[in-house]
Design a protein around this ligand. Structure first.
Ligand code: YXS
Length: 259
């Protein structure tokens, strides 16, 4: 059974996350379908892509599939991890991707939403970053992604507290491009998509790629990179990492010891 619904109309593509039972977790199976759909849309000369959940969704996406997080000793957010793969896919696809967000967004799904080019939310939208809740060492490119969009103090609050950021706050700090009433969300989103689809797709795709290259143009010397990887290994080698995953699977609060 498919985990997404794909539609194409007048050069505007839509991907609906369609695994409501598991709150649209970004499992490998769902990510594979999203990646295939994006390849198909690109071949079909799609000019704009809307990424959304079903209307009325309480949860846009519950983030990385915790059941697929590797056991200690392996980087939980390695380059070929499904979550990291779909973030790259959205950032690299030439067409603008609009995240139409109804409901709560969790963990790596926040990074997926922020990887989209434009985010449109409604009052039920919220964003909650959860690595500290689960004991996961987030990765450098992901943290840089948040820092490119909002101040470091907001990023720290999101990561340290693991508390949801409301739609109003998300708009104020620059996560959301627009915050619209829930009954106007779909029309507002597709009106923007129609507007973009009337402009030069080549110009837009080149501007999108320039912004991606310029926003990630941070010189990182090998020593700094190795230090970051060493710090992250301390976390994913820790018993706290095991405890965070175990607690989630056993539906209980984790007891972290800092080792
Ligand atoms: O028990 P069943 O089989 O019915 O499945 C339940 C949940 O186990 C499942 N589910 C998940 N499974 C794997 N990974 C997940 N992230 C995940 N989230 C949910 O979906 C079924 C329904 O969940 P349930 O009963 O809790 O639904 P609810 O409506 O009461 O609550 C919805 C949520 C989203 C508030 C709740 O499911 C929740 O808090 N989920 C975890 C959200 C989260 O912490 N996500 C971060 C995952 S880790 C990640 O993204 C990165 C690695 S990081 O941490 O670094 O950002």
């Amino acid at each position: 059974m498919s985990l997404i619904i794909s539609q194409l109309q007048d050069h505007i593509g839509t991907i609906v996350l369609d695994d409501p039972h598991r709150r649209n977790v970004l499992s490998k199976a769902l990510v594979d379908e999203v990646m295939h759909a994006m390849e198909w849309f690109q071949k079909s000369k799609t000019r704009v892509l809307v990424l959304r959940a079903h209307s009325g969704a309480k949860v846009w996406s519950a983030g990385h599939d915790v059941r697929e997080l590797p056991l200690p000793g392996r980087d939980p957010l390695a380059y070929n991890d499904p979550l990291i793969t779909v973030l790259r896919g959205v950032q690299n696809t030439p067409m603008p991707v609009i995240a139409m967000i109804e409901g709560s967004v969790w963990g790596g799904a926040c990074d997926l939403a922020l990887s989209c080019d434009i985010l449109i939310g409604c009052p039920t939208t919220s964003f909650c970053m959860t690595p500290a809740k689960i004991g996961v060492p987030y990765n450098a490119s992901g943290i840089l992604h948040f820092m490119n969009i909002m101040g470091a103090n907001i990023v720290k609050e999101m990561f340290f507290t693991a508390k949801p950021l409301s739609a109003e706050r998300a708009e104020r700090v620059g996560i959301l491009n627009h915050l619209v009433p829930v009954d106007g969300l779909e029309e507002f989103t597709y009106e923007m998509a129609r507007n973009i689809s009337r402009h030069s797709p080549l110009s837009i795709s080149v501007i999108k790629e320039q912004i991606r290259l310029l926003s990630s143009a941070y010189p990182l010397n090998p020593l700094t990179f190795e230090r970051i990887q060493g710090l992250r290994r301390l976390v994913y080698d820790s018993t706290d990492y095991t405890e965070g995953i175990q607690a989630f699977l056993e539906k209980r609060s984790p007891v972290f010891t800092g080792v």
